[in-house]
Design a protein around this ligand. Sequence first.
Ligand code: ZN
Length: 295
Amino acid sequence: MPEVKGYWQTLTEKPTMSQADLLNELIDEAEAVVIGIGAGMSAAAGFTYTGKRFTDAFPDFIEKYRFLDMLQASLFEFEDEREYWAFQSRFSLLNYFDQPVGQAYMDLRHMIRNKSYHIITTNADNAFYAATFDMEKVFRIQGEYGLWQCSRHCHQQTYHDEALIREMADRQSDLKIPADLVPYCPECGAPLEVNKRTEEKGMVEDNHFHEQKKRYEQFLAENQNKKVLFLEIGVGHTTPQFIKHPFQEMTEENEQALFVTMNQKDYFVPHAIRPQTVRLDDDIADVLHSAACKA
Ligand SMILES: [Zn+2]
């Protein structure tokens, strides 16, 4: 603790400041900021998978399958390709192609506008693009709802066709799209599916993915011995191998680093980095908005 406080003036001087002020000062002090974004951030921006946003968009699917939320629905094994795309076309319009600007994302962008930063996110939505982030600084490690992959993963290439998605959404009836709109893999003829990672099959990772990964890894390498702020926002414990665990490991390897976690849930933090950890447990949207207003 004394060592970390030595590196981070903010933690020595003003222990009673608000969480928004604390966050601004820590960002200000950092030489580089690595930001990890999970589902809690998009929820904070209003892109929730439950409640009215879900029930308004999918009343017919809810009636047929009694889905409790959009996550459950998006992972469901639909009865055929026509039904799968009836759901996925509307899902990807809502969470990708027609996704509006989220205030929490705008606030974050404003707060870090003068910093050296890079972002990794497990969210496959389009929130960073909608909030006009520099997409060269964003790594979407879990795929994108706007991209497709071969369902057999026969080759490492993704596809996209926004016009076809819109046609699927327009021309569906009784939870099915017309059979002639179902997209198939040009290599092996298997149905295409939304670009996403599963535990059994992994994910199709093409050049677009590897370029993002390379830029992220390069940023980490360039800053590995600097005063780095690892800022985790709304990251739960569904896939800790992508953000939470690497952030904690990199913090442990760098005595100047600080791990800041914004989450109302109190997840386990390894003993070794507790002196280098700051937990901000107020509402994410409130803290970011308040911080952005002062930044
Ligand atoms: Zn294929």
